[in-house]
Design a protein around this ligand. Structure first.
Ligand SMILES: C[S@@+](CC[C@H](N)C(=O)[O-])C[C@H]1O[C@@H](n2cnc3c(N)ncnc32)[C@H](O)[C@@H]1O
Length: 280
């Protein structure tokens, strides 16, 4: 395992993932009934954007950095920036919350969070960080085991972020298998599966497999910051959203064009959103 999220925290892919994750949980929290959040590949809680790793790549400058001082953010992005501001009360962008921290900040008293991270040091950091929060359980284990270990949850309402590093060639297929297992165990689970978009053509078998995986509803959301027909690094990213809460897609219709135009690194930026299974 070589991947360390500290090099990439706050980049364009995190903006897309975290803004949507935050909106999904707040939409689910419109109902009083408690929910359980599962974060299978959690990273750590907080990243120092002025530390050595983030400083070396500077990726956050073209992500959260581009939104930080704007006064014209669409509402969904303004809420996301507000969540990041919570950790930067002085106004200067320094600390960036990862997915477990973002969700921990909005967890209600009866909500629960189950987190797994395989990297021993990161898992220990998370354990220490959340040690005093009775709602949060941190496990150092393989995140792909999470659905079998914890679904169905007693709350009957679950949101699962599946966000692996994609270091190995079979990881897209592992994700599909894990998502299928999750849905088989609890059909109403809301799932956000993040994936990198480098060369879009290479993703076609993945799209086809997701569409044929027997999932109830799947919304595909993608954001491109560079043309996606070149293999030049992370040209964009996407989320497969299983059972997304209404009216997320209506809110994203308003948000994605703006975000694509603002985060573009070459050309105009691009976005797309469509249903690969089921529909609204
Ligand atoms: C993309 S990062 C996670 C970022 C985090 N979800 C966020 O949004 O802030 C992926 C993480 O998965 C961890 N990881 C890699 N393989 C894993 C596995 N099989 N199970 C659990 N964690 C794993 C890596 O150590 C890394 O911290």
């Amino acid at each position: 395992m070589n991947y360390r999220h500290s090099f990439h925290a706050g980049n364009h892919a995190d903006v897309l993932k975290h803004a949507i994750l935050l909106r999904m949980i707040t939409l689910m929290q419109r109902k009083d009934a408690p929910l359980c959040y599962l974060d299978s590949h959690a990273g750590t809680g907080l990243y120092d954007l002025q530390g050595e790793d983030a400083g070396r790549t500077g990726e956050y400058l073209d992500g959260i950095g581009r939104l930080w001082a704007r006064d014209d953010l669409p509402e969904l992005l303004a809420d996301y920036r507000q969540a990041v501001m919570l950790h930067n009360p002085g106004g200067e962008l320094r600390l960036y919350p990862g997915s477990p921290q973002l969700v921990a900040d909005v967890l209600r008293e009866d909500d629960r969070m189950i987190v797994s991270e395989l990297h021993a040091e990161d898992a220990q950091t998370l354990k220490d960080h959340f040690a005093h929060d009775y709602r949060i359980a941190v496990h150092q284990r393989d995140g792909y085991e999470l659905p079998k270990a914890f679904l169905p949850v007693a709350e009957k309402r679950a949101l699962w972020l599946l966000d692996p590093p994609f270091e190995k060639g079979d990881e897209l297929q592992r994700c599909i298998t894990a998502v299928q297992a999750g849905i088989q165990r609890m059909r109403q689970t809301v799932i956000a599966l993040w994936y990198p978009v480098k060369d879009e053509r290479l993703l076609r078998p993945f799209y086809q497999s997701i569409a044929r995986a027997g999932l109830p509803k799947v919304l595909r959301v993608e954001l491109g910051v560079r043309p996606t027909d070149t293999s030049l690094g992370l040209n964009g990213s996407g989320l497969m959203l299983v059972n997304p809460p209404w009216p997320l897609w209506e809110q994203l219709e308003e948000t994605l064009p703006w975000l694509a135009s603002q985060l573009a690194q070459s050309g105009e930026g691009s976005w797309r959103m469509d249903w690969l299974a089921g529909g609204p």
